[in-house]
Design a protein around this ligand. Structure first.
Ligand code: MTE
Ligand code: MO
Length: 381
């Protein structure tokens, strides 16, 4: 399929081509040279981030609900803004009680004119590409090097298409549930994964029942054969191993999964009714993914920015309590729901330990996680 190839081409695209496509030629010409788009001034070494836990990156660790893969974001550049499936972050590995011996079907029932069941294979055959979208775990944290986020190109069938086909009651809410039975109890997480959306949320986000990731069938750990992808919303709403879609009434209680993730998706308390949840959308955020030493003691920071609606946010880098330094968003996001890259070069710092955060220069943009320094990272000189 044409769209699928386009996504893979983006991942394989050469450095120069990606640079041009991202509009960096212009940025380079306009800037003073030192802060050129991901400048090719050679780095003399890397400065590690401190106090982020010692887990292995890019490999799966643990099983079931406690299983994780933390993606190493430190190497991201223009040519690798789509993460290969084997390195895409995992939150919850394949449930050991899943039965892959019979053909997978998804029941669509409840407040619908024509209850139906769709074979996963049929959805895959009908699938179209959504383009590149990132997922971020709402619990993405410093202890895991902020590695619970990745971007991929997803293909599948928009959920709204299936809702139209079954004649869903337009006022009903949409409960999406996935298989989640693990024989081993989790140390930290509650089993059972389901989220309830308003019909408007399904339509405005373009929520997709995905069967493919970067052109390949979904890997098991990413929800094979069908998962939900809700562009712009936290990963906890992106239910894996989807088996039931139920149209429910306005008084439907929130699910245990929604209550588990209430504070991480910035709700007021744990609302008992699904309709009292606000959209689990990701606001503008940014953090550095690497710090490099340059000649004469200067430091080059390279990072990601994502979330919110702004194509070209205006961000400042703040190193401990020093004056803010504007960053150059030199690789803007290819779609509104993926990430872009920024860079900033700063003057030499005296030895010591520093915190690094970013802030938005535009005051009217909501940036809850930047305001609370959620993505604060530390380093030493
Ligand atoms: N069935 C099921 N779906 C699930 C989960 C789960 O535990 N069970 N975890 C959710 C959470 S918290 C996140 S962040 C994303 C992670 O998707 P990934 O592992 O493909 O990156 O899946 C979501 N879907
Ligand atoms: Mo998550």
């Amino acid at each position: 399929m044409k769209e699928r190839r386009a996504g893979i081409a983006l991942y394989r695209r050469g450095f120069l081509e990606a640079l041009l496509a991202a509009g960096c030629g212009a940025t380079t010409a306009e800037s003073d040279g030192a802060g050129a788009c991901l400048s090719d001034e050679p780095a003399l070494g890397r400065i590690p981030f401190l106090d982020e836990g010692a887990q292995d990156l890019d490999v799966p660790v643990g099983e079931g609900l406690d299983g994780r893969l933390y993606t190493d974001l430190g190497q991201l550049d223009e040519g690798s803004l789509v993460v290969p499936n084997a390195r895409f972050y995992v939150r919850t590995r394949t449930p050991d009680r899943i039965d892959y011996t019979k053909g997978w079907r998804i029941a669509v029932d409840g407040l619908v004119a024509r209850p139906a069941s769709f074979a996963a294979a049929e959805l895959d055959a009908r699938g179209r590409s959504l383009g590149v979208t990132l997922l971020e775990c709402s619990g993405n944290a410093r202890g895991g090097s902020f590695g619970l986020m990745s971007a991929a190109e997803w293909s599948g069938v928009p959920l709204r298409t299936l809702l139209d086909e079954v004649g869903a009651d337009p006022g009903a809410r949409v409960l999406v549930s996935g298989f989640d039975e693990h024989s081993r109890p989790s140390e930290r997480s509650i089993p059972g994964a389901s989220w309830i959306f308003s019909r408007a949320d399904i339509e405005s986000t373009g929520a997709l029942l995905a069967t493919r990731m970067n052109g390949e069938p979904l890997p098991r750990d990413h929800g094979f054969p069908v998962r939900l992808v809700v562009p712009g919303w936290y990963g906890c709403t992106c239910i894996k191993w989807v088996d039931t879609i139920r149209l429910v009434g306005d008084g439907e209680p929130s699910t245990p999964h929604m209550r588990e993730f209430a504070s991480r998706t910035h709700q007021d308390g744990e609302p008992p009714l699904a309709r009292d949840y606000r959209p689990a959308s990701i606001q503008l955020a940014a953090f550095p993914v690497r710090i490099e030493r340059l000649a004469r003691g200067r430091l080059r920071f390279t990072g990601i920015q994502w979330g919110g609606d702004d194509e070209r946010p205006e961000l400042d880098l703040v190193i401990s309590s020093r004056a803010a330094v504007p960053v150059d968003v030199c690789v803007p996001r290819a779609t509104r729901t993926t990430w872009g890259l920024w860079t900033a070069t700063v003057d030499p710092l005296p030895s010591g330990t520093y915190d690094v955060t970013l802030i938005s220069r535009r005051r009217n943009v909501p940036t809850r996680r930047l305001d609370t320094q959620y993505y604060r990272r530390s380093f030493a000189i």
